[in-house]
Ligand binder design. Sequence first.
Ligand code: PLP
Length: 329
Amino acid sequence: MKFDPRAGEDTLWRYADALAVPDLGLTLGEGRTPLIRASAEGEDGLLLKVEYASPTGSFKDRGAVTLITLARLLGAERVVADSSGNAGTAMAAYAARAGLRAEIFVPGGTSGKKLEQILGHGAEVVVVEGSREDTAEAAAARVKETGAFYASHVYNPFFHDGVKTYALEIFERLGAAPATLVLPAGNGTLVIGAHLGFTALREAGLVDRIPRIVAVQAERCAPVAAAYASGATEVPPIRPGPTAAEGIAIAAPARGPRMLEIVRETGGMVITVSEDEIAAAHATLAARGLWVEPTGAVAYAAARRPMPGTAPGEIVVAPLCGSGLKASL
Ligand SMILES: Cc1ncc(COP(=O)(O)O)c(C=O)c1O
């Protein structure tokens, strides 16, 4: 990978040299999100990356811009995606910007604001009553039937390639790798994307180590944490309970085994946070002026605990990954 940020470029295309797709001019001004201190006093080494400042309100814009660029490159006119919300809103917005028709499959119970946003961008919404996996199956069936481009954030590596800019920006800002990245984990796009970014930086000789990756799940829907704790390499599906963290409520994550490899290879771990911890973290962030959706409080809820293996003062980075304007507790 070449790491040669384009001077004066305030979009993800600042890292065009590092990306797998060429810059076709598609952008909504994604990327380059602020990295701020968690608190004016205390929590010294904890930095928060304000991903909810992204154009559609979540980090998913990083992957949507590269994946929809790929769809354009391949001459697609129509895209299909399945999502529990934020990936769907991002895909709908970028498809609209690229002049492509979009059909977004969402599970029943997806927050009203996210549906409003998807519809507002002119996409068709198909609500699938059933599990998140049923939604994915319905989308895959539509792709087979219509020949549309499957804009899957779960399976398509070009989505992860865009998300790797999360790591490139942290490196550019700090001039080094932080000790630890604390990341929410549902389908694992941020875990896989951030790891890809620091791996590329290490291969380019710019950092000598990849940060420890700590993946965080909601206690009530924690298939990867259960597999990690049992030493497994596969992730058996679980029967989830209700959680406010709708963005990471994935009972059968297709990329679960890859997430396990990443946390183990980097000396990290998979941990869970309770509903009470999510609510308390959400309230603390709000009291400091930071308005996230419940899923957006999950990484902070974990990162503010004493983190085993992290020395005082070491840099830990956690994302505020989704906007509180879209979903509330
Ligand atoms: C706000 C927010 N945070 C975190 C995630 C988790 O991302 P992933 O499912 O790729 O692990 C999502 C996914 O939709 C999300 O919307």
